[in-house]
Design a protein around this ligand. Structure first.
Ligand code: COA
Length: 372
């Protein structure tokens, strides 16, 4: 094919391209709305648990009172965590744990809600186990009576968590559970479309989420707040950052041009957290200044607070170390990824787009063509 004759339009990053159909979540960036199976995110946070929401994503049915506790690790998964080399991070650990789980469990195709439940219940145990091994401590067996968020906190510290902390983390898991066709979800769907198994799809998704353009922001928000230190320093610090051409972490979003509804739901939860009080006061004060400065500099962009901003406040407030923020996001997103794998398989077509060729026209190897 002659490269010059290719006339179809191409959108870098697939921006604006419809690449599939989904009934799982609707992200309405213009109006700042997010729904899971039609239900607004704020209502789900106020009236449901992560287990309820995960079941909703997997099955399409709303049935409050669902149960999902952390699951024990099988020996291959535990061995994978113990054998990680120095320098591996929490995302590497999670991806390795899911890979070992897949090799041991061999989930068949098509992916099912049952497989999704088992995998989603395993990951908090793996992440908490990794975090403890990093500190030279032994992993803790899950308590089957604790819901997932409380069970995760218990397995990190060995102590029963404060109820408000468990509730706040549960709210975070709900808002982070699903967000339509983002890069990691699309990666999971591409892998599922080849009829590969659920664990392989989720490993690919974790790999995509590991990139700083997708999953790294809460850690950077936490570090930004730490550097600012007090509300009085916010304006000078942020003006300096903007003058140097830096971005304010936790603001702006490719899709939302209004206040991110997940940030609003989390702010509501964070305001009820005693432990987060100082941290939250700083976050609120810094947010006000940031919104004012961003509106001054980019009046037409609609740069507002994104979910990562209050994620940092909640995760820091419940005592999670910033090094595991991205992996905690990945843990929450298991519900959404696996729901998309199930949906992809239910009407499967191999995802194989075209590409525009921009290399040299056909030619012969040097010294071969002309005389051959
Ligand atoms: N702070 C300062 N300026 C920002 C900004 C931020 N957080 N986000 C966007 N801008 C500015 C850009 O510098 C750019 O200015 P210019 O036109 O003068 O060059 C303009 O707004 C548009 O930037 P662009 O990258 O095209 O916007 P986008 O909507 O595609 O970007 C993000 C979305 C998320 C990549 C971007 O807002 C960002 O980098 N935010 C900070 C990181 C973050 O919080 N990430 C988590 C996202 S959930």
């Amino acid at each position: 094919m002659e490269p010059a004759t290719e006339s179809r339009s191409y959108s870098p990053g697939l921006e604006g391209v419809l690449a599939g159909e989904t009934a799982i979540a609707l992200v309405d960036g213009k109006n700042g709305r997010l729904t899971y199976r039609g239900y607004p995110i704020g209502e789900l946070v106020r009236h449901g648990s992560y287990a309820d929401v995960a079941e909703l994503l997997w099955t399409g049915e709303w049935g409050p009172g669902a149960r999902l506790a952390c699951a024990s690790l099988s020996p291959p998964v535990l061995a994978a965590l113990r054998n990680l080399p120095d320098g591996a991070n929490a995302m590497d650990a999670l991806r390795s744990a899911v890979s070992a789980w897949g090799a041991a469990e061999r989930p068949g195709w098509p992916p099912s809600a049952e497989q999704a439940r088992a995998l989603t219940a395993m990951t908090p145990t793996a992440l908490a186990g990794y975090a403890r091994l990093q500190q030279g401590l032994e992993p803790i067996e899950p308590d089957p009576d604790l819901p997932l968020a409380a069970g995760f906190l218990y397995q990190l510290t060995g102590e029963l968590p404060d109820e408000a902390d468990a509730r706040a983390l549960d709210a975070y898991l709900i808002v982070a559970a699903e967000h339509s066709f983002n890069a990691s979800t699309f990666a999971a769907r591409v892998i599922t479309s080849t009829k590969s198994d659920l664990a392989s799809a989720v490993c690919g998704a974790i790999g995509a989420l590991k990139g700083p353009l997708h999953g790294g922001a809460p850690t950077e928000v936490a570090s930004q707040l730490l550097q600012i230190g007090s509300p009085e320093r916010a304006e000078a610090w942020m003006r300096g950052a903007l003058d140097r051409g830096e971005r304010l972490m936790g603001f702006g979003h490719r899709v939302y041009r209004a206040y991110d509804p997940r940030a609003a739901a989390l702010r509501e939860v964070a305001e009820g957290m005693a432990n987060a009080a100082d941290w939250l006061k700083l976050a609120v004060a810094v947010e006000d200044v940031a919104l004012r400065l961003l509106a001054e500099r980019h009046p037409d962009r609609g740069l507002k607070t994104n979910v990562e901003y209050y994620t940092a406040a909640v995760l820091q407030g419940v005592g999670l170390p910033p090094a595991i923020f991205p992996a905690t996001f990945a843990m929450a997103r298991h519900a959404g990824w696996t729901a998309h794998c199930i949906e992809q398989a239910s009407a499967n077509r191999l995802i194989r787009p075209d590409v525009r060729y921009v290399g040299p026209a056909e030619r012969s190897l040097p010294g071969v063509g002309a005389t051959a």
